[in-house]
Design a protein around this ligand. Structure first.
Ligand SMILES: [Zn+2]
Length: 638
């Protein structure tokens, strides 16, 4: 699997990642294919405390560089000088001879970096500098972590990203998190994505344990390497974390303001042990706030700030269903967001969320460091007045709805998960593929015991445990020109869960001809984009992206990697769009492309108009029926 998927030769140089203040850097390359590797090292007590890489070249060179960071981190300089190119090739599970030229440069680059460090004037080097705050010395341990090929396969889409690499994945595996939530319904998504990402130890405090066993069973099967321990009561919780050795690296508090305030009190009180960074996610109906607090004072400031804000949709019994659905959507969305932010904070990459982010899923607005006026939702009544159905019939509308999800992978999983939880009547799933271990860093409907099963079958089993009343309709086949229209006709709304350009155009065209709304999303590495396309009303996919990028130049996830919960966040927003359409809320992403940059925690909405010269929906269309969509790359599925 590994050789077939990763070591396929991709020629596009695009991988970057560096330590700006590295103690030593070394470069190596092969003149035949033009691959170049640059290794950056940081040295602490004559030990390599951090090793990163920047690679221009093929997937073999990228994979070799990534594995080298795993091999070298935590080694003494002498040990690291003894790492050979053969060791690197072996760590990749043995390379075919034709790939050796590409991987045979990684260890050379490392040796150059060490020589660079040793040759520097020692007077200029602060050798005893402190490790970064979030890197306790106990984590610099080369003997634990990515030492078996199953782990490499499981986290493949993470470790091929230079910002994570094998060394970063190892840190994720060695992370201990304390998660506190009101109930399993509030934190199921965060648990799934933390486990899928490889967070090694999760202590979980649940105020109510209803229904938690089936969710925990799935999460444990999703990643059996993760240890999830329920903390029985609040007093135990305090006792368990009263010594420094047992302190979690991060705390996560997720729920409504009352719950979060109550639990926060435990963390605010003076303690003898070290304070761990605490991610706080507070949900209101369809809205919420997330903030990473690095000290007790910042918890107090955050809670004071948001409790000054008006509390929305409070005490409106008439809209109980609407409020309940909105709370569920907020918690689901925050579940993926906190998993992203946790990993960023752990690896110290991107913009760490020390400023509050506010989101409003009804308006699809996301505001960093909001002021009070940003967060008002005074026109809630207008939203409800615009509903096609009265909110009292909301449940009925959702139960009647039929949604088709094309692809049961990285996007299809969270979209179907969210829709099943909301009680959508029927979910159709199309996917020809089978479950592979390398899917499990993000495809949360699948699990370890389902490896080898058809994805649609595996997805159905999980969805039935989420909501047994949902009809799951399976199509274990490729989505093609031949079956597209026939399948689409049976559904009200279509969700695109593919990362495959030709099929994406096929789906866009088929939905246009069938007059079905299409919720589009695409994800890659740390970035996502989502839009809603309504046939004949507003731009179609071809209006926004008129020219098909040559497939060989289009980056794909198997080549560039994907952070698991980034796919989750995008798929969940697709499901939110679906639900808003079902209950008749007009403020969708129609005419706008929402772009999510997970590294910066930024959401930007770019508006698009329908293009009059669009080949499909313009004034003089040249596409009058489904055409040929020839290039189908199975590896590019997310
Ligand atoms: Zn168009």
């Amino acid at each position: 699997m590994y050789n077939n998927t990763v070591l396929d030769h991709f020629a596009n140089p695009r991988n970057v990642g560096s330590i700006p203040d590295a103690d030593g850097t070394g470069q190596s390359g092969n003149p035949v294919d033009g691959d170049k590797i640059r290794i950056y090292i940081k040295v602490y007590n004559e030990t390599l405390s951090d090793v990163r890489f920047k690679t221009f070249g093929c997937a073999a060179a990228i994979a070799a560089s990534s594995m080298l960071t795993v091999l070298a981190t935590g080694k003494t300089l002498e040990e690291a000088m003894n790492i050979t190119n053969d060791d690197v090739a072996e760590s990749l599970g043995g390379l075919p001879p034709q790939k050796l030229v590409c991987s045979n440069i990684a260890a050379d680059a490392l040796h150059d970096a060490i020589n660079d460090y040793l040759n520097k004037n020692t007077q200029d080097i602060v050798k005893n500098e402190k490790l970064p705050q979030n890197t306790p010395e106990r984590l610099v341990d080369a003997n634990q972590g990515l030492d078996d090929s199953k782990q490499i396969q499981r986290y493949l889409r993470h470790i091929i990203m230079p910002k994570i690499s094998g060394a970063g994945q190892k840190k994720i595996i060695q992370t201990r998190v304390l998660l506190c939530a009101q109930s399993i319904d509030v934190c199921d998504v965060s648990l799934n994505y933390m486990a899928a990402s490889g967070i090694g130890q999760i202590y979980c405090y649940l105020e109510s344990k209803n229904r938690c066993e089936s969710v925990l069973a799935h999460v444990r099967d999703l990643n059996p390497e993760v240890n999830i321990e329920l903390v029985e009561n609040v007093n135990l919780l305090r006792n368990q974390f009263s010594s420094i050795e047992n302190t979690a690296d991060f705390n996560i508090l997720i729920g409504d303001l009352v719950f979060v305030t109550k639990i926060s009190d435990l963390f605010i009180q003076p303690v003898s042990y070290e304070f761990s960074p605490t991610l706080i996610a507070v949900s209101y109906a369809w809205q919420g706030y997330v903030n990473l607090c690095n000290q007790t004072q910042s918890i107090k400031d955050f809670l004071t700030k948001i409790s000054e804000k008006p509390v929305f949709i409070k005490n409106m019994p008439y809209y109980e269903d609407f409020t309940q659905l909105g709370m569920s959507m907020s918690n689901t969305f925050m579940g993926s967001l906190v998993a992203v932010e946790l990993i960023k904070a752990r690896l110290n990459i991107g913009n760490i969320l020390n400023d509050t982010i506010y989101f409003n899923l009804l308006e699809m607005s996301f505001i960093n460091n909001p002021s009070i006026s940003d967060c008002k939702l005074e026109n809630i009544q207008n939203f409800l007045n615009n509903c096609a159905s009265s909110p009292s019939h909301l449940k009925e509308e959702i139960t009647k709805a039929r949604v088709l999800i094309v692809g049961a992978g990285g996007l299809g999983s969270p979209a179907a998960f969210t829709l099943a939880k909301a009680g959508v009547g029927a979910i159709g799933l199309i996917d020809f593929d089978t479950v592979d271990i390398s899917n499990l860093n993000r495809q949360i409907l699948h699990s370890t015991s389902g490896i080898g099963l058809k994805k649609v079958e595996s997805a159905k089993q999980t969805l039935k445990t989420i909501n047994k009343d949902v009809n799951i309709e399976l199509y274990a086949t490729s989505f093609s020109k031949e079956n597209a229209i026939d399948i689409i006709e049976n559904y009200d709304i279509i969700v695109d869960g593919l990362d495959n350009l030709p099929t994406r155009y096929l789906l866009n065209d088929a939905c246009f001809f069938s007059k079905k709304p299409l919720i589009e999303a695409g994800v890659l590495a740390f970035y996502g984009q989502i839009t809603t396309i309504v046939s004949g009303d507003g731009p179609c996919y071809r209006c926004i992206f008129p020219e098909s990028i040559e497939p060989r130049n289009a980056p794909s996830c198997s080549e560039t990697g994907i952070l698991g919960p980034v796919a989750g966040l995008s798929g969940i927003l697709q499901a939110v769009e679906v639900l808003k359409m079902i209950i008749g809320i007009n403020s969708t992403l129609k005419g706008g492309l929402l772009m999510y940059d997970a590294l910066e925690t930024e959401f930007n909405l770019v508006e698009f108009q329908r293009n009059n010269s669009c080949n499909l929906c313009g004034e003089h269309p040249s596409i009058l029926e489904l055409g040929e969509y020839t290039f189908v790359c199975k590896d590019t599925k997310i």
